[in-house]
Design a binder for this molecule. Sequence first.
Ligand code: NDP
Length: 260
Amino acid sequence: MSSTSSPFLLSGRVCVITGGNRGIGRSIALGMARAGAAVAVLARNEEKNSHVLDELRAIGVPAMALPLDVTERETLSGAIDAFEAALGGIDILVNNAGVATVTGGILNESPEVWDTTLATHLDATFLLSKYAATSMVKRKRGKIINLASMYSYFGAGLFPSYGAAKGAIVQLTKAMAVELAPHHIQVNAIAPGWIATEMTALACEHPDYAEFNRMILARTPAGRWGEADEIAGAAVFLASAAADFITGVTLPVDGGYSIC
Ligand code: NDP
């Protein structure tokens, strides 16, 4: 880092983000691009991929998108190779893709929902981190950012597989941070509070969830839902040289929810 350049800039860096075509992932992708990074998006919906690709190119950075399902584990290594062939070595990996299926609890949750949830959040984070870190180790630098949750800390009675996956993400983040620190690779997580996206639309907007929504707002000192763009700044910071001595943390971005 030169003394005249901002440590928050990501010019010349290559960022891969899963689930980067909408919600929090899209905001992080655009935030990384605005900070100067080339950005590759990996998600299933081709129309949404194409839309975010247009937005990234309009910012003026190299960008690409692959229509992939992160639960198809045999495709993930090839995806990392394809991104590197097109954009260069990966400097930043954001494991953001997620699903949350409200099942009401383990009495009602099917093994299929359990498997899909764990595969999307946890298995994909493990595998993509493994493949990206293999490349980062050779270049002696890298940043891995995982999406945790308030349910990394608190019981998720209505969707236990989600809580189990997000709890494990925190421990996987710490494990990878310990292993990869000597290689100048930092691994951190962001734990968003309640952010208005498609994932949370029911709780945020649906009349059937009005009481649940009231509980969320009453417990959030900021007194409101967060916006996806409010997660992007934390991700850009953790991806930047300004965070080179920060590793293994889970950073709440939650309007104070986790302190109440
Ligand atoms: P959204 O539902 O809005 O977006 C989810 C993203 O993940 C989409 O881009 C979707 O793209 C992608 N995705 C889902 N499944 C797969 C898959 N199998 N393969 C590839 N991509 C997939 O969710 P949010 O933006 O709200 O959430 C983003 C992350 O933040 C998640 O990890 C979530 O758990 C976490 N989080 C969100 C909170 C919130 O309040 N919103 C709170 C705490 C954590 P596509 O469908 O095209 O594949």
